[in-house]
Each structure stands twice: as C-alpha cells, then as structure tokens.
Write a protein that binds this ligand. Structure first.
Ligand code: PAF
Length: 312
C-alpha cells in the first residue's frame, strides 16, 4: 500500500499562471490538467474519426522528445503530449526533487512542433489517495536498469498503463534511448491487450554522439566532454562484431575497456542482449540482431545509451 507525494511539484497557482501565459500567447494548443478533461478531449477526437498519437514524457523537453512529437504528427491526426514527473519510478535517493521541471519552456517547445494537446497533471491529480495497484512486467525487468533500480519499471509500467487508459486507442511514441523501457512497454501492451500501438523512435544525438537526455544538464563541462566515451564504447563494440568477434563476453570487455580509459567515467554495465527478450547470448548467431546497451556514471549522473547491430 502506498501513497505518492511529489514535494517539488508546482502549486496549482503557479501552474495556472504558467498555463494561462501559454494560452494568452494564442497558441491553438490545448492544455489540460485533469484526467477527465484529457480523456474527454481524446474521446472527442476519435468520435470525429481522427487518430491520436500519444507522446508520454516527464518534461524537460529536448530535441529527442520533439522528434517523437514530429513522428506522431506525421502518422496521426492529433498529437497528445503528456508532461508528468512520475514519483513512482524514482527510487530512494534518486533525483525526484531535483528533476528539471521547466514547464513554461516545455509548453513553448510543444507548441513549436504543433502538439495539439498537453496533459500536465499534478501528482495528486494522477495519484489521488491510496495507490493499491501496480503493474509488473516480469523477466524483461530483471536485468540492466531493473537490476540496479528494483522498483523503477513497476513505476513506469503503472504510469504508462494509466496514461494508455486515459488516452484510449492510439499510437504511442517512445524513444529507443530508454531501450529497456521500450521493450517493457511493448510487452506490457501486448500482454494486457492495451489498445495502443507502441512505436519506437531513433535516438537523437549531439554531434559527438552523446544521446540527448534531460539529465545531460547535470554534467559539468569536463564531464560533458568526457561523455562522448559512452557512444564511442558502443561503436567500438559494434566494430568488433563487424570484424568477426562473436563471443559476447569479449565484446562486453572491449566496451568496458573503452570506458575505463576515460578517467571521469565509471562503468555501471556494458551488455550485449537480444533486442526482444533482453537475454544475453553466450555467442552471437549469424543473421541475428543484438542490442549493445551501456550505462556510464559521471559523478552522480548516469548516462544510458544503446546501439542495434546486425550480426553477419
Ligand atoms: O521516458 C520517460 O520519460 C518516462 O519513463 C515515461 C515513459 C514518460 C513514464 O513516466
């Protein structure tokens, strides 16, 4: 049994001021803060025979999120973007309170990519009272991020289920950067017959290869330059597969050695996994696909990245 709190959620008054400012700037974008208004809005869209593209986010929008909204706009009549920093997916000692919440800027960015409706509920609106139910996806959540952050994926699966239930039949767009999250949400939608088509979208990167992330703002300038090593390790892992290496442990050790050569970086893991089951094969089979996944720490900031590789 748990209740959910969110100490640094903006007050209703602050939220109203920000939302009103956005509306006064005469964007046609609609901003809703209640579950009932969000559900009613998208029900009305569908009764007009228009399709819905859902983009769930925790805000602090960057080009990666905007690419999801653009993909949704290309394939759906109406784009619904959600902004909600979900307390359930943060563990004790993680950055829930410090997580960036630049709501005004987020609304401007959402309007710039022609999002039609933004759903930005408070924690109390999303989790009124006791929260007795949670969604657990087995197996896929036992490895990688799940092994490091035990309740994280239950929090993600629970809030995404709530968002899917509120949004109704739609296509939902998730970034491949959180590759394990994408695999978990895909499996959940299949297993629970959720009326949602889950769409994975490519990672957006800085010129030096760093994957865009809302947490990149935590990096010091020195850590930011060193952070290029994350993607470099993956590319070197892929190059060793291209050169004929088929032993999984050898490829992982190769990626780990690349990270170890960067003094500001500390490796959490570098793994080669099956892209659907997330199981690590002993040897890579010809004709198979694998995903190279890594997490590297720079101080207290953990950076995730991954790369798909076809095995010849
Ligand atoms: O990827 C995220 O931003 C979050 O995990 C999500 C999917 C919006 C659920 O809170």
């Amino acid at each position: 049994m748990s209740t959910v709190s969110g100490a640094s959620t903006p007050s209703q008054v602050e939220r109203f001021v920000v939302l009103a400012a956005a509306v006064l700037e005469s964007t046609p974008m609609e901003i809703v803060t209640t579950r009932s208004a969000f559900r009613a809005h998208l029900d009305a869209v569908r009764s007009d025979r228009r399709t819905v593209g859902l983009v769930p986010t925790m805000g602090a929008l960057h080009e990666g999120h905007l690419s999801l909204a653009r993909a949704a706009a290309a394939e759906c009549d109406v784009v619904a973007l959600t902004i909600f920093v979900n307390p359930l997916q943060f563990g004790a000692g993680e950055d829930l309170d410090a997580y960036p919440r630049p709501l005004e800027r987020d609304l401007e960015l959402a309007a710039s990519v022609e999002v039609d409706v933004v759903f930005t509920p408070s924690v109390d609106e999303m989790y009124p009272g006791l929260q007795l139910t949670s969604v657990h996806v087995d197996g896929l959540t036992a490895t990688m991020e799940g092994a490091n952050r035990p309740s994280h994926f239950d929090g993600v699966a629970t809030v995404v289920t709530k968002l899917f239930n509120l949004a109704g039949p739609c296509r939902a767009y998730f970034g491949e950067k959180d590759f394990q999250q994408l695999a978990v949400v895909r499996r959940m939608a299949i297993d629970l017959d959720q009326p949602v088509t889950v769409v994975g979208c490519p990672i957006v990167r800085e010129p030096d290869g760093l994957a865009l992330s809302s947490r990149n703002v935590y990096l010091t300038p020195a850590q930011r330059s060193a952070a290029a090593v994350v993607n470099r390790a993956l590319r070197e892992g892929a190059a060793s597969i291209g050169a004929g290496e088929r032993d999984r442990a050898t490829i992982e050790a190769h990626m780990a050695a690349v990270v170890a050569a960067e003094p500001l970086a500390e490796l959490d893991y570098a793994m080669v996994v099956d892209p659907v089951t997330l199981v690590a094969p002993d040897r890579l089979e010809p004709g198979s696909e694998v995903r190279l996944c890594t997490v590297v720490r720079f101080g207290t900031t953990r950076l995730l990245d991954n790369l798909g590789v076809g095995v010849a």
